[in-house]
Design a protein around this ligand. Sequence first.
Ligand SMILES: C[S@@+](CC[C@H](N)C(=O)[O-])C[C@H]1O[C@@H](n2cnc3c(N)ncnc32)[C@H](O)[C@@H]1O
Length: 758
Amino acid sequence: MNRLAEIFSEQGELITHDGTYQNELETIKVIRVLPVHKRQRFNRLSTQLLEDLEQPQDRQKCAERSRSLREEGNRVYKTKSSKNNADQAECLLSACRLYTQAVLEAETAFDELCLSFANRGMALQDYGYYEQAYDDCVCALEFGYPKKLQHKLIMRQAHCAWKLGDAKKLGEHLACLEQLQLNPSYCQKLEELQQQLKMLQGSQKAESTQELQKLTGDTHKISMDSSTRGRYMIATKRLSEGDIIFTEQADCFVPIEQRLICQKCAASLLCAPIPCPQCHQRVVYCSRRCRDLHKYIHSYECAAYRKDLLIMLGVSHLAMRLLLTYLPDWLPQLRSASNAQELWHRLMQMAATDANCSPAPQSLQSMGMLTHLDKLPPAELAYHSLCANLLQVYLFKCTHFYDQLSSSGSTASLEDWHLIVAALILRSAGQLLVNAHVGNAISLCSLPANEFPLLQPALWQGPHHLRRGCLHKFAQSTLQTAINLPYLSLCNHACAPSIHTRFDGCVVSNFATRPIEAGEEIYNCYTLDYRNSMCAQRRQQLESIYKFTCCCDKCLRVQPDQDYLKFHRYRCERTQCGKSFVPNQSSLSWWLQPDGNGGICCSACQTPQLTTWYDQFLALLEHCHESEARRNLYKAFDNLNNWLLDYHSLKLSLANELIVACFAVKEDGVTLDDLDYGQLARIIDFQLAGTAAQYGINSLEYMTKLTHLFDLIAWGKHKCSVPQLKTMRAALNNLPSETKVIFVNYYNDFIEQLCKFD
Ligand SMILES: C[S@@+](CC[C@H](N)C(=O)[O-])C[C@H]1O[C@@H](n2cnc3c(N)ncnc32)[C@H](O)[C@@H]1O
């Protein structure tokens, strides 16, 4: 990162902006029309940086690391025959995990890569992940699996095809095997599968055609205001709380902080990640299908991943992805433009037509998104321009992206295209600064970045079926994607939003958070909402990033912070006072500050608060493994009620620490008794009610807190009534599909039958 900052600083000194902003093309021109000596220096700096960032692969080392992991996997795999069913599942998953590491480490050592895929396919098949096992066989063949052993893989593919009920594929693989000389045991397997094929063919049903979800219904329309509010969304009929308003599937997203999620569909729970072997384990896919669908985009990003360039460039990475995705579609319409000016003019015309055609393709919706680049401070504008320029140089020097521009029949010169490519990246970056969204998902707590949740042997008893008591491991929601959703971006901001957005990978559904009348505006919230932030804090963010002053109902109230401060009320420790108070704003979260108790004072009598109750609580937490300390801890938790009012954020945070600590000591082998479980259930209930007040019961935050209660129920240590149970089951429908499967399986495996007899 320092290297990038150095280069940008030196490049920044070479260019002089006159301070006026016209558009992205003119801004980029300033860089590209420097006097010759400056221009040469400027370009050398970009080229040098791209060369310096190259990280060569040591194929031999990759092969050694991969082989050793695969051999370890083989050792583990072989022990399965001596195990009972449960241990066998654990052993298979351990092997899958090791083979996965071997697949990742192999990189371009293809001899090793194909063997690791083949072995992982075998373990995945035994475990019951047939789709992934099938894909692994194809990958092994693709990367050069030895010809004389290929019949093994074809047999495995046939087996998986049978398990997946795919008669067509099964038939093809069997036809291929019938041509080969097989040993008796393989001949027998072949006969068995031939029988299965006959049965499968007999029972084939007509394939159901999947209905595509409607992007927009008749719930709303887009209106336009000539003021700074611009376009906005209004309801066209009365909507009830929970009604779906619209769904949108993003064409473009990028993983945040280079998370290893599927680059095509944003699936985050992978059991058989398929990496790109070229870019140092930076990019993975959940399936071959996703890998193939993303091949075109990745062909232009691969070298940048290999150099670790993209992680340095923040929003410009997503901006480049928009360019890579959309520019090829626009080329036919740009053919007649003979210079940069004409190209830009044509592109801006296309962006403007979007407003009149509904619904426009996502490419044009994206082109038409609002930007505030004209209002950016000069240093920020210069930074984004340099990022755009660097990516343009990268695309030209390190990829074949420009081939399609020259072969498109365009009469514009190469220099014109340099300008346009950089200007489009700058434009998208500017748009994304005010329009990009961040997608979240439930994730496994404290898992290293290169590990995969579905491959943790201690957690699973079968594919997508957790072991009893393991759901709380998913008590975490994480930001996963920076995602472009141009339709959702048409919603203006209010601090109490009327929509709730649910991310399911790159499919995003928006629901009414409360009843919305016909004709009422539908609002999103760009910041933390009014319950989770101070008005001044939001205002500052909205003014600096989004360039407007919020005048929503919540901000215009006499006491705009009343809902947030509800989570920060104390009772004064001085007996003579005993009043409830909210401390000074700067010390609202004093316990998170590095100097610890920087001191809060009662705002009524100015008495400094000793907060010994807090220190006592933390001291007891340290001894949570001792039964006596836990009893005192529950009392100390109740004692907090004297000083922390309502759903105080500190009390909610301490509730969480207590719950997490008790679950951790149980995992370490400490026996909790009925009193422990009773107290824990009570504290979890408090936490759930507080989380519902802060974030709502449809939030992922709420779902993650529910995991602890589900585990108590699954252990038979807590019972709840049938209506409560029904509510919890219904809440699972709010989950993204990949976690919903896991939570619903858990509910069916461990909870439903326990509570039937209530
Ligand atoms: C994500 S866009 C929303 C759609 C935008 N109105 C448009 O025409 O494309 C965000 C921008 O809309 C404007 N905006 C959003 N909410 C607003 C509000 N409550 N009051 C005034 N302007 C708002 C601001 O210019 C903000 O930067």
